[in-house]
Design a protein around this ligand. Structure first.
Ligand code: LLP
Length: 438
């Protein structure tokens, strides 16, 4: 993965930094990001559009990992940002991310969230439902402020080659149905709005998708709808947002395409239909999350206790678990790991790497083939850059891990480890008289 190497001492190095050095400085668990790899992934998307000669925006889906430092880097790489809450938007504002490059998503944005988006002067709001159209109209009229909008539609594409998180099917909580007239009604309500500037459509068919076809079919379905609006209403959409969802390789068993393959295939499908319909080529927007940060992240843990269940399995327990990576417990997600301070030792043993939470299901990897470990060894779990820290909890009152960026031999803390006092900062102690009452 990325810029990983093994040094003379048999230690894993990421971006030119010995991970034992990271552990000595920041302790464990710590999530490190190989920022050279993140940049390569971002450039891969941006360059693909440039080569195709298509106007585009690559919006980082920040739900995968929302953090001020990451937003700063995303900004310098020319990425846009997809946010889904006031909290993510606030984080972007705190990172001085240009508001006009931020898109706001969500199936239940509150009035105060939408007002905040207007105040900030966000670039685009992706409308999910009729309730939101009314809310936005009210706010925009009151403020007498224009706002770019897209509508999110469900194209009825069932992406089903893997157990991914599908969202494009008709029975979805997201978006307007493309086929039963909902999208048309939304379009009719918006096309001549004075404040809400209707740019076009958005769809997102799911996440961790390997097959190119689903993206192409979705792009074609949206283009067909745009063509009917062209013919019946003489309306031309300037933007087609095809979402994210490009799969990555967590383990040997995953076989995704290179990220640019998806982008190229769906863009070329749009170009072909645009030519056929004599439709001015819309700008293509995408929203990759996982494929930008997923494989750039590695979680470092320290081995503590071990337990043998004779003839069944060997448990190796680490100092984190479902609190810093819920994906194995929640989605049965698979990962690969190494003993980062013993990279040259033979990988003889098959173990279950377990977390430290009080739940049997708190297992990070079942059947991990690693070298023999003793307590104090460092386990590196790969491809943990997306939906790990972002979904972290304080279950069992475990502290959230530290996050460190690495680039060109340099490391930089971008989220400090939670301290004990952080864990009680929201608690309010009861007054004495409450305790004295019987
Ligand atoms: N755009 C929209 C509208 C989305 O809903 C999502 C992800 C993305 C873009 C980014 O998708 P990506 O490129 O990262 O696949 N927690 C789950 C993934 C949930 C994805 C939700 N939406 C996981 O850990 O696998």
């Amino acid at each position: 993965h990325g810029t990983q190497t093994v040094n003379e001492e048999g230690h894993l190095e990421i971006g030119g930094v010995d991970v034992t050095e990271i552990v000595a400085e920041y302790s464990t668990p710590t999530i490190v990001y190989d920022m050279a790899l993140f940049e390569r992934r971002a450039k891969g998307f941006v360059d693909t559009f440039e080569q195709l000669g298509v106007k585009a925006q690559v919006a980082y889906a920040s739900k995968a990992f929302s953090n001020i430092a990451l937003y700063q880097v995303a900004e310098t790489l020319g990425l846009s940002l997809d946010v889904v809450s006031e909290g993510e938007l606030y984080t972007a504002v705190r990172a001085n991310f240009p508001a006009e490059r931020i898109h706001f998503h969500g199936n239940n944005k509150s009035e105060s969230e939408l007002r905040y988006a207007f105040e900030v002067g966000i670039g685009c709001i992706v409308i999910d439902n009729f309730y939101e159209i009314d809310l936005l109209r009210k706010i925009a009229t009151e403020r007498n402020q224009k706002m770019n909008v897209l509508i999110r539609v469900t194209p009825g594409v069932e992406a089903s080659t893997h157990d991914y998180i599908t969202t494009g099917q008709e029975d979805s909580k997201f978006g307007f149905d493309l086929k039963n007239g909902q999208a048309d009604r939304a379009f009719q309500q918006l096309k001549e709005d004075k404040h809400l500037q209707f740019l076009g459509m958005h769809c997102h068919i799911g996440s961790q998708i390997f097959e190119v076809d689903g993206f192409v079919h979705a792009a074609e379905a949206l283009m067909q709808k745009m063509h009917t609006w062209q013919e019946e209403d003489h309306f031309i959409c300037s933007v087609l947002n095809l979402g994210g969802g490009f799969g990555i390789r967590y383990t040997e068993e995953d076989a995704p395409e290179e990220p640019h393959v998806y982008v190229k295939a769906m863009t070329e499908a749009v170009m072909k239909l645009a030519e056929q319909y004599k439709y001015p080529m819309p700008a293509i927007w995408i929203e990759p999350g996982r494929s930008l940060v997923g494989d750039a992240g590695t979680t470092l843990y320290t081995v503590g206790s071990q337990k043998e269940v004779p003839n069944v399995r060997q448990y190796v327990a680490v100092d984190g678990g479902m609190t810093d990576n819920i994906r194995p417990a929640l989605y049965d997600a698979k990962y690969e790991a190494v003993v980062a301070n013993k990279m040259n030792a033979p990988k003889g043993t098959v173990v279950t790497i377990a977390g430290k939470c009080c739940e049997s299901g708190d297992q990070l990897i079942q059947g991990a083939r690693i070298s023999a470990v003793e307590n104090g060894d460092i386990i590196a779990l790969f491809c943990t850059g997306a939906y790990t820290y972002a979904m972290a909890s304080n279950y069992n009152r475990l502290a959230k891990p530290a996050v460190v960026f690495i680039k060109d031999g340099r490391h930089q803390l971008v989220a400090r480890r939670e301290k004990l006092e952080d864990l009680v900062r929201l608690d309010e102690a009861l007054p004495q008289d409450w305790l004295e009452e019987r």
